[in-house]
Design a protein around this ligand. Structure first.
Ligand code: RIB
Length: 313
């Protein structure tokens, strides 16, 4: 962990990811054999923290592991990844969160999350990190921890508050009013905004204006990149062509990289481009954090895309 004041604070989940690779995702009622099985550290909060730390930021994670061996293992992995785990508490007697992840040959995945200790994160845990929340240029939160903890993070953030409403649910107006940047995928958009993403992204400003949202909104579009809607304007950024092994954690890489750029006072369109390239680099390896890039790698990807069509040779 690098010393100095926190640049990015993440309030969120920590999981152990139990990853089975399969030829195809099973249909309802179908049993399929695994081609392989591996265990990784995961959780949207932890992944986003690792992504930003790998890009060189000083990142503090506020969360809870269980008091089991898995909790100790993910804490050690996070610390090795450069994340400040001072405010990663231990919930006595609770199991660490688990995610059961299936990754198919075509890189499609499906994930079931068992909350475990993440469900116990409370306002008091967030309050204990009030200094980090005040220091941070960017505070990130997701919804794998209770909404009360997320609300406490939003209230305590002095800098830019970025919310990734995943898994999606309807959100209290008080929380939405505190969000500076909302980052969500198409499925989450429909749940949070209450209507499907418009087919023509040029309609996003009108669509969002009708929903009453005042913050900047970033919609991640998978292999199509991401769109930013701010002050009535839309910017769409498409990714370079890359080999895809596993997209688990691509969204988390995107958000960690967006936070990295915003914390360095990059404008939102430049942050969007940075995040799209970071996410595209993350999908080449199995495991949510395995392929997360360094800032040199993202810079090289950006340089390639400005000089050619981005296709690796
Ligand atoms: O976003 C990917 C993450 O979602 C996985 O690491 C898994 O733990 C779930 O939280």
């Amino acid at each position: 962990m690098s010393s100095g004041r926190t640049e990015i604070a993440v309030v969120g989940s920590v999981n152990v990811d139990l990853v089975a690779t399969v030829a195809r995702l099973p249909l309802p009622g179908q049993t399929v054999p695994a081609l392989g099985f591996e265990q990784f550290s995961g959780g949207k909060g932890a992944n986003q923290a690792v992504a930003a730390a790998r890009l060189g930021r000083r990142v503090a994670l506020v969360g809870l592991t269980g008091s089991d061996a898995e909790g100790a293992a993910v804490r050690a992995a996070l610390a090795r990844g450069g994340v400040d785990v001072t405010h990663l508490g231990v919930a006595d007697g609770a199991p660490t969160g688990r995610a059961i992840v299936l990754v198919a040959d075509d890189a499609e995945n499906s994930i079931v999350v068992v909350a475990g200790s993440n469900a116990l994160l409370g306002e008091v845990d967030v309050a204990a990190a009030s200094e980090e929340l005040r220091d941070a240029a960017v505070v990130l939160a997701q919804l794998e921890v209770p909404v009360d903890a997320v609300l406490a993070a939003a209230r305590g953030a002095a800098g830019t508050f970025v919310l990734n409403p995943a898994p999606a649910r309807e959100l209290p107006d008080e929380l939405l009013d505190l969000v500076d940047v909302l980052v969500l995928n198409e499925v989450e958009y429909e749940v949070v905004i209450g209507r499907p993403l418009p087919a023509d992204l040029a309609d996003l400003p009108a669509h969002l204006a009708q929903s009453g949202l005042r913050c900047a909104v970033v919609v991640t579009l998978g292999g199509r990149g991401a769109a930013l809607c701010q002050d009535g304007a839309v910017v769409v950024e498409t990714p370079p062509h890359v080999p895809v092994v596993d997209t688990t954690g691509a969204g988390d890489t995107f958000i960690g990289a967006l936070a990295d750029a915003l914390s360095r006072h990059e404008g939102p369109p430049a942050a969007l481009r940075w995040a799209v390239h970071a996410a595209s680099l993350s999908v080449g390896a199995l495991g949510a954090t395995t392929g997360m890039p360094t800032s040199d790698q993202v810079g090289a990807s950006l340089a390639r895309s400005s000089t050619d069509d981005g296709v690796p040779r």
